[in-house]
Design a binder for this molecule. Structure first.
Ligand code: AFP
Length: 322
């Protein structure tokens, strides 16, 4: 099995980007260890703080954020970082070439139940003419990402990453401490009979999503003429990993539960990196109005509607909005 750096060199990834990726992964190996320690790490509880999204921070969220932030800002490659757990961007090296956005621990409600969680990251080139402390540097569309990925802390620790030459799977080999390539050019099956959505929000969805899901639930007696299965992990990393592995449709649609917040998922460190991975694997990543990666961000913590996965199923869903 190929090690990470040779695999990246084979895709012509520049050496300093490879070094940056290895820097991110050094932090995730430490996070993986802390996660695997469970209750032994004494990090299972909540802090007394809330992040800018108004969510109570878990101790492991805070530790994962500090590990990534410190190692990235000290690396010399990074002009600034932005994180789910930081109110605004944090300046790094003034001549740093890269911007890194990350969700240090996605799916943190799964921490206490010993279920899937992961780290999501997205890398853009840093504009050379802007100040490192200017958060507007991050207002770049997803189609400008040069690398995106996640590290999934499951029964094995996996890295799923793209640098624009396909989406590849790696597994952390603890015997030598590195990530080994286990599957190159993963492909999302075009058709699927599986979907992922938080059904408890059904009554708050817009009519097209209500109608689409009703037709899936009607199975082979309904207009789709086939039965569908449903899965919900409550961690986008887990749900997207399943979609990349065996296909499916994943959605967090617009809802009216909280009129001030019609969308749940974050554009910069959830939807954009996952869209890059899904598209590089032959899937589609959309809102009901267009391609996620073509959206012009207006803030670091912007939220967005997400409908992504197997191409034909995403198109079937979007047809209800026409
Ligand atoms: P947290 O990381 O704050 O726990 O949120 C996870 C998440 O943003 C995403 O990973 C899940 O798909 C989604 O929220 C789960 O949402 P529900 O709470 O509606 O299940």
């Amino acid at each position: 099995m190929q090690r990470l750096a040779p695999a990246l060199r084979q895709d012509n990834v520049p050496l300093d980007l490879i070094s940056l990726i290895k820097t991110i992964l050094a932090a995730t190996k430490e996070i993986s260890f802390r996660v695997s320690q469970g209750h032994l790490s004494d990090l299972m509880g909540s802090t007394l703080d809330e992040n800018i999204q108004g969510e109570v921070q878990k101790e492991l969220d805070v530790v994962a954020n500090e590990l990534l932030k410190d190692i990235l800002l000290e690396s010399g490659f990074v002009k600034a970082i932005s994180s789910e757990e930081e109110d605004t961007s944090v300046a790094g090296e003034k001549d740093g070439k890269y911007l890194v956005s990350f969700d240090p621990l996605d799916g943190s409600s799964n921490i206490e139940i010993n279920s899937l969680i992961g780290t999501i990251f997205s890398i853009h080139e840093a504009p050379s003419d802007m100040d490192a402390s200017d958060p507007d540097m991050f207002k770049q569309a997803g189609n400008k990402q040069i690398c995106a990925g996640y590290v999934l802390y499951g029964p094995s620790t996996m890295l799923v990453m793209t640098t624009g030459s396909g989406t590849h799977f790696y597994v952390l080999d603890r015997t030598h401490g590195g990530f080994l390539l286990v599957e190159r050019n993963v492909q999302v099956p075009t058709d699927t009979q599986e979907f992922a959505v938080n059904m408890s929000n059904q009554r708050f969805w817009q009519a097209p999503m209500q109608n689409y899901i009703s037709d899936l639930l009607a199975g082979d007696t309904g207009p789709r003429g086939k039965n569908f299965n449903m899965r919900w992990i409550a961690a986008m990393v887990g749900d997207i990993h399943r979609v990349l592995t065996r296909g499916g449709l994943f959605t967090y649609p617009q809802d009216s539960k909280n009129p001030k917040q019609p969308h749940k998922l974050r554009l910069m460190y959830e939807a954009n990196p996952m869209s890059f991975l899904i598209e590089q694997a032959g899937g589609l990543a959309m809102t009901s109005e267009g391609r996620i990666m073509d959206m012009q961000p207006n803030s670091i913590h912007q939220r967005v509607e997400v409908i992504m996965g197997s191409k034909n199923e995403v198109e079937a869903c979007l047809a209800y909005y026409k």
